[in-house]
Design a protein around this ligand. Structure first.
Ligand SMILES: Nc1ncnc2c1ncn2[C@@H]1O[C@H](COP(=O)(O)OP(=O)(O)OP(=O)(O)O)[C@@H](O)[C@H]1O
Ligand SMILES: [Mg+2]
Length: 312
């Protein structure tokens, strides 16, 4: 039987008078999985995560971690959990090595110089280990936060937007680190606004909108369910291109100057390409690409907003 490390059922968090930050969500995370909570700003991701971290009490519903009700007995599991808060700020006057040592003490652990260097190296902060935290850049502070979240070798790791502010290379290095951590058996709950990150890392994804989960599945399940098969990209076609394409009955959208035509089957592709061939379009490039989790996110969030199904 699969052991669920996290179990959330009927979870609600209302802030009076009328904010339904979390509005009845259910999910579970089996041991060793990377689970991502996605959703636009204010969807309720951090609130849900902070309830699981024992930091906020829910209005109703249950939240269990390692089988323990976190609203009652969080202390029983504190040592097994690692946390990177969304708004993490290190203590200004501690250097990374000192911060790690201090953090370890909070967990009643002792770490030697070699352990500290290993953690600093894992998060890519070796060249800044002697700097005061207040002198670290935004991305370096984030890396220090990640280092602190793994000091106690947690069995469950909460990472609330771990790569916000990191440069592209640092983001990819962190993906590798998260994968390594998972390979050692740690379960990870991640929130992110980077859809490529969620697609790359997650075993399972839930998209939240206005406190509710509106889509749930593996990245490939979601792409199969909500994405069309392929997108024809008319690069640089712009608004004029969109007008020309639309008036020939082709469904398309415009994004940052490119016209995107989603196509769901080879038969539809033949029809679309034949129509496009007959239009004089000014393009800088034309190519096809598979749909990504980002397309799914935009489809699902856009459609649900349009439907107003979530309106109060
Ligand atoms: N202490 C609070 N009191 C009142 N409202 C709050 C409080 N904390 C959060 N909220 C509101 O609850 C909603 C959900 O916030 P939350 O921080 O969980 O969203 P999020 O999905 O993490 O957003 P983001 O992607 O911007 O981090 C928002 O409308 C927010 O303004
Ligand atoms: Mg948040």
């Amino acid at each position: 039987m699969t052991e669920n490390v996290v179990e959330v059922s009927g979870l609600v968090k209302h802030y009076p008078p009328d904010v339904k930050a979390v509005d009845g969500i259910d999910f579970s995370i089996p041991k060793g999985m990377i689970f991502s909570l996605l959703g636009p700003n204010g969807a309720g991701k951090t609130t849900a995560v902070e309830i699981l971290e024992g930091l906020r009490s829910p209005t109703s519903g249950t939240a269990r971690v390692f089988g323990v009700d976190v609203t009652k007995d969080y202390d029983q599991i504190r040592g097994r959990v690692g946390i990177l808060p969304q708004n993490f700020e290190p203590f200004d006057m501690l250097r990374p090595a000192e911060a790690i040592e201090y953090w370890a003490k909070l967990y009643d652990m002792s770490v030697n110089r070699k352990d500290i260097d290993a953690i600093i190296d894992r998060v890519g902060l070796s060249n800044r280990k002697s700097s005061l935290s207040k002198k670290l850049s935004g991305g370096e502070k984030r890396k220090l936060g990640i280092a602190l979240s793994i000091v106690n070798q947690p069995e469950l790791l909460f990472l609330d937007e771990p790569t916000t502010g990191l440069d592209p290379k640092a983001r990819r290095d962190l993906w590798k680190l998260i994968e390594e951590i998972r390979e050692k058996g740690t379960t990870v709950l991640l929130t992110t606004h980077y859809l490529d990150e969620a697609e790359q890392l997650s075993d399972d994804v839930a998209i939240m909108l206005k406190g509710k989960i509106v889509a749930r599945g593996t990245p490939s399940e979601l792409i199969a369910k909500y994405g069309k098969m392929t997108v024809v990209v008319l690069a640089g076609a712009g608004k004029e291109g969109l007008y020309e394409v639309s008036r020939r009955g082709i469904t398309a959208t415009e994004e940052e100057g490119d016209v995107l035509v989603p196509v769901s089957s080879p038969a539809e592709m033949r029809v679309v390409l034949a129509k496009l061939a007959s239009i004089e379009l000014k393009v800088t490039d034309m190519y096809t690409r598979k749909q990504t989790l980002e397309d799914v996110f935009l489809n699902v969030v856009g459609t649900k907003m349009d439907e107003g199904v979530l309106a109060k």
